[in-house]
Design a protein around this ligand. Structure first.
Ligand SMILES: Cc1cc2nc3c(=O)[nH]c(=O)nc-3n(C[C@H](O)[C@H](O)[C@H](O)COP(=O)(O)OP(=O)(O)OC[C@H]3O[C@@H](n4cnc5c(N)ncnc54)[C@H](O)[C@@H]3O)c2cc1C
Length: 250
């Protein structure tokens, strides 16, 4: 029974793009309808496989950006310059096109509404994608769990999910803080990376018993995880996902 479930999860399936949304100049959200999709947990990712006309294949991992509501799934892809897969997903794929996917993958970097204790989300760049799925799951369950998002971006134009985040920031449910590393909007004087000072100002305290999810480029994730542990957070409650290079020809 269990083996059947695993086999089914790891089989390539074909989804259809039903909508696309430009998030920033370099990032786009793809909405996919996948008839055989078995559902996923917030934080999980999947593999995407592209096949060229000559049969050459390449696959990469992408986090699911949406909570599972039984309908469609969303991916948000940030274009990596000269990348093999991401430029195609951001600039070429269009509504009606098929897309091969396999998943969901990952069981540690997930949040479910049943989980106890506050939830602290810390993302850098496109690392906000699985954190947004967690916030979506939080909203879909009308969860009363305290949630905070600390999101590090280069400049205001690089913010992914800008309208979602504005809506969340205006509600009482989630505390949203943006940190700009290169250029801040008017009225936001601070420019800089997440450091010990910001962690002590905006993160839950170690005694709050929060589970922290850190996602982004590998150096970002390692720095933030080290800062949290140095600030007294239990390493077992700091879950990380590194968006380093994945896949390759296949
Ligand atoms: C678990 C997981 C989840 C991920 N989820 C997402 C997601 O939701 N959205 C998203 O946009 N990306 C995500 N990624 C990254 C994604 O898998 C690809 O690595 C990325 O899209 C680049 O692929 P590419 O084929 O365009 O570039 P490649 O052809 O693989 O690489 C081109 C060049 O860019 C460098 N490079 C590759 N990946 C990165 C990167 N992530 N950052 C900086 N330089 C890189 C390579 O070393 C190489 O020099 C995730 C990665 C992991 C491991």
């Amino acid at each position: 029974m269990e083996r059947t479930a695993i086999r089914r999860r790891l089989t390539w399936q074909v989804g259809t793009v039903t909508d696309v949304r430009r998030e920033t100049e370099t990032a786009r959200t793809l909405v996919l309808e996948v008839p055989e999709w078995q559902g996923h947990l917030a934080g999980q990712h999947l593999d995407v496989r592209l096949t060229a006309e000559d049969g050459y294949r390449a696959s990469r991992s992408y986090s699911v950006a949406s909570a599972w509501t039984g309908d469609t799934i969303e991916l948000t892809v940030e274009q990596v310059p000269r990348g093999e897969v991401s430029p195609y997903l951001v600039d070429v794929l269009k509504v009606g096109d098929p897309l091969e996917i396999r998943g969901p993958v990952g069981g540690w970097f997930v949040w479910t509404p049943e989980q106890e204790g506050p939830v602290q989300l810390i993302g850098g760049g496109s690392g906000v994608v699985p954190l947004r799925a967690m916030l979506r799951a939080h909203a879909a369950a009308a969860s009363t769990t305290k949630a905070r998002l600390l999101y590090s971006v280069r400049r205001p134009e690089s913010v992914i999910y800008v309208s979602d985040l504005k809506e969340l920031a205006a509600s009482d449910d989630v505390d949203v803080r943006l940190v700009y590393t290169r250029e801040a909007p008017a009225g936001e004087p601070r420019i800089g990376r997440i450091d010990a000072d910001l962690i002590s100002q905006y993160a839950f305290k170690p005694e709050d018993g929060a589970t922290t999810y850190v996602c982004g480029p590998t150096p970002f994730v390692e720095t933030v995880a080290d800062l949290l542990v140095a600030a007294g957070h239990d390493p077992a409650k700091v879950r990380t996902e590194r968006f380093g290079p994945t896949g390759g020809p296949r």
